[in-house]
Write a protein that binds this ligand. Sequence first.
Ligand code: 13P
Length: 259
Amino acid sequence: MRVPFVAANWKMYKTVHEAVAFAKQLKNAAKDIVDVEIVLAPPFLAVHAVADAVRASGIAVAGQDLYWEREGAFTGAVSAPMLREAGAELVIIGHSERRRLFGETDETVSRKVHAAFAADLTPIVCVGETLEARDRGETLSVLDQQLTRDLDGLSSEQVGLLVVAYEPVWAIGTGRNATPEQAAEAHQHIRQRLRAWFGADAADQCHVIYGGSVKPDNTADLMSQPDVDGALVGGASLDVTGFLTIVKTTHRVAASKRT
Ligand code: 13P
């Protein structure tokens, strides 16, 4: 059974000081919550300090991106081994904001996924359709195209370890979340594809999480869908109380799905 997984993507929010204050507060408030994987993805500058702050708490830290080379003359870039050494255990790759605003392609996503595994970082690979693609009825074919390219060359073992985040672009930062039915359809499709391409074990182990306007009050409906294993939370993760409510709700719903 997959442990529920809730990650906070802080995007370009929070200074080091603010990030550490949040991490300490969350560590204290979440100390009795077990059987849920909690991940904080701060801006690069705060990765090291947040990893220090949550040490020995069960809360893990993720980078929001990386560059695939180990080191070199790549001004502004951060490599997978650097993130790992700073205390990150995971890394978000291929977020739609990186694709749309910074020229990320499926080819660069794939290189980054391989670089992450090589440095012992768990990739959280983001996929999702635009509103135009959904309106044209192309949601599932867009997911197929992204997944085929983004996961190219991975072994079944690697796919079993990674996290796929289904984030419909039209739901990100808009307050308009996917309906539970829309999420269920996409997640079920992703799981089926993983099963066909990488085998039953990999598909059963891989976490498929939902992102896009997850809020405390819509978490239960989204998380109750069979193939939704957790959430990647943007705006609502900036506030400790709201994020903790999402974590607790995900935990409760996952426990009820098991019975
Ligand atoms: P919002 O929760 O702000 O819609 O952002 C979702 C997201 O992009 C998480 O990666």
